[in-house]
Design a protein around this ligand. Structure first.
Ligand SMILES: [Zn+2]
Length: 248
C-alpha cells in the first residue's frame, strides 16, 4: 500500500493520494455492506454475482462509485457489451470468423468461448492472448469477423492509425464494435488531459471517419432490451455502443 501511495504521490500529487485514501475507505465500506445486507439490489449479468453495491474504481485522481463487479471485475461498459453480445450472437459460433478484443475482458472472452467462438485478446500489457500495439496489429488483412475496442482509441497517440488498423483486420461483412468518449460538435477528435493523462475525445465527425472506411454506423444501446430497473441493477452506463458494419 505504501509503495502505491508513493507512486500516486509522485505522479499525481496530494490530490491523487487523497483520492486513493478515500477510495480505500469506500471500498472497505462497500465490501462490508455487501457482507451484511441482503443481496439482490445489484447484479452482474456476466458472472451472476448479486449484492448490495458494485465496488468503486480508483482512477489516479478520483474514483468512480458502483463500477466494478466484486466477482469477475467487469466494469459498466463490459457488462453492457456482455448483454449486447448475449442478445445478438447465435448460440454457437463454431465455424464463424474469429473475434478480436483489444484490451480483453475476461467475462467477454468467457462468453465467446462458451459459444465455441475463436477469440483473440490483444493488450499492450501481458494480459491477453497476444501482446501488441493497437496501432500495429499483428494480424493479416480481413482476419476477423468482429473486432471490439471499448475505450481503446482514446488512449492511443494516433487514434486514426488505430482505427485504420482495426478497419484493415475486419473482413468484408464483418463488424467493428467501438466505444469512445464523445464531445458535442463536428470535430472528429480533440485531445485533452484528464488526471494528467492525454486522452482523445471524439465529435460528430468521428462517424464520418468510420463511413469513409466503408462502415455503416449505428449507435446502439449496449444494455439492449434491459428495462430502466434492470439497467440500474446491472450498473450499466448510458454511453452508446457504435456498431459499425461492413458490407459483404
Ligand atoms: Zn461479475
Amino acid at each position: 500500500m505504501s509503495r502505491t501511495v508513493l507512486r500516486v504521490f509522485r505522479t499525481y500529487g496530494l490530490r491523487g493520494v487523497a483520492a486513493l485514501l478515500l477510495y480505500g475507505v469506500v471500498l472497505r465500506w462497500v465490501r462490508w455492506l455487501n457482507r451484511i445486507l441482503p443481496s439482490g439490489r445489484r447484479a452482474c449479468p456476466a458472472c451472476g454475482w448479486e449484492g448490495f453495491s458494485f465496488e468503486p474504481l480508483f482512477h489516479e485522481t478520483f474514483f468512480r462509485r458502483g463500477a466494478r463487479c466484486p466477482r469477475c471485475g467487469s466494469l459498466e461498459r463490459q457488462r453492457g457489451l456482455f448483454l449486447f453480445l448475449q442478445g445478438h450472437l447465435p448460440a454457437r459460433l463454431a465455424g464463424e470468423r474469429p473475434f478480436l478484443q483489444l484490451g480483453p475482458d475476461r467475462a467477454i472472452s468467457d462468453l465467446l468461448r462458451g459459444r465455441s467462438a475463436r477469440a483473440w485478446g490483444l493488450d499492450r500489457r501481458p494480459f491477453g492472448d497476444v501482446r501488441g500495439d493497437a496501432a500495429r496489429l499483428p494480424f493479416r488483412d480481413g482476419a476477423f469477423g468482429t473486432a471490439i475496442a471499448l475505450h481503446v482509441l482514446d488512449y492511443l497517440d494516433d487514434p486514426q492509425a488505430g482505427l485504420a488498423e482495426l478497419s484493415r483486420v475486419v473482413a468484408p461483412g464483418g463488424t467493428l464494435l467501438l466505444q469512445v468518449p464523445r464531445i458535442p460538435g463536428g470535430a472528429p477528435r480533440v485531445r485533452c488531459v484528464i488526471a494528467r493523462q492525454p486522452i482523445w475525445r471524439f465529435g460528430d465527425g468521428f462517424e464520418d471517419d468510420l463511413r469513409a472506411l466503408g462502415f455503416e454506423v449505428s449507435a446502439e444501446n449496449p444494455g439492449g432490451a434491459a428495462t430502466p430497473g434492470d439497467r440500474a441493477r446491472y450498473g450499466l452506463e448510458s454511453k452508446p455502443l457504435l456498431v459499425c458494419r461492413r458490407a459483404p
